[in-house]
Design a protein around this ligand. Sequence first.
Ligand code: UDP
Length: 192
Amino acid sequence: MKEKFLGVNVSSHSYNQLKEKIMLDIEQKKQSFIVAINPEKILRAQQDAELRRLLNGATYQIPDGVGVLLASKIKGGDISQRVTGIDMLLTLCEQATIHDKSVFLYGAKPGVAEKAKESLIRKYPNLKIAGVLDGYVKDQGYIKQQINAAKPDILFVALGSPRQEHWIVENMKDLDVRIFQGVGGSFDVLSG
Ligand code: UDP
């Protein structure tokens, strides 16, 4: 269930449908990749065919931005609910707590993911946070080793866009992780 805006796919699933599909992917040991789509990314993808391919190659493109909802309405589409990257992150943390799954926070400046972790634990005291790593570590081998040792079910990647989307696509095959979500500045928001 997707709608296309200037060549970029956006999922028209409801929040609840998305949540269920993603949790089912974990159970079925499928890898999936969530990307938040806003009008800025759609416009950037007009000049960047590789970015367009990358966004369209994600498993779930969530409608992050009222511009996407408005465009859908004008086209007679079905997207009526905004799903922001940070809301999806929080929903997945809640689901992880309920279903005993773990998450890993990768990205943002040193110390920020650690603070975001504390904030998430205050919200979801039973959440399993398998690890945190800042987004300025250069050694790609070390990053992958840390994540694979922690074996999280869900990996949140906060490197900014489109860097995080490129990173996910390049590395997902090497990682023992089910769900990847690019979350932009969400750790900064949570830690602030
Ligand atoms: N970032 C990072 N490594 C980098 C560049 C950026 O971890 O090499 C982080 C940065 O510290 C910030 C996030 O990526 O936490 C980018 O946030 P921004 O709000 O710019 O992203 P957007 O939501 O606009 O994609």
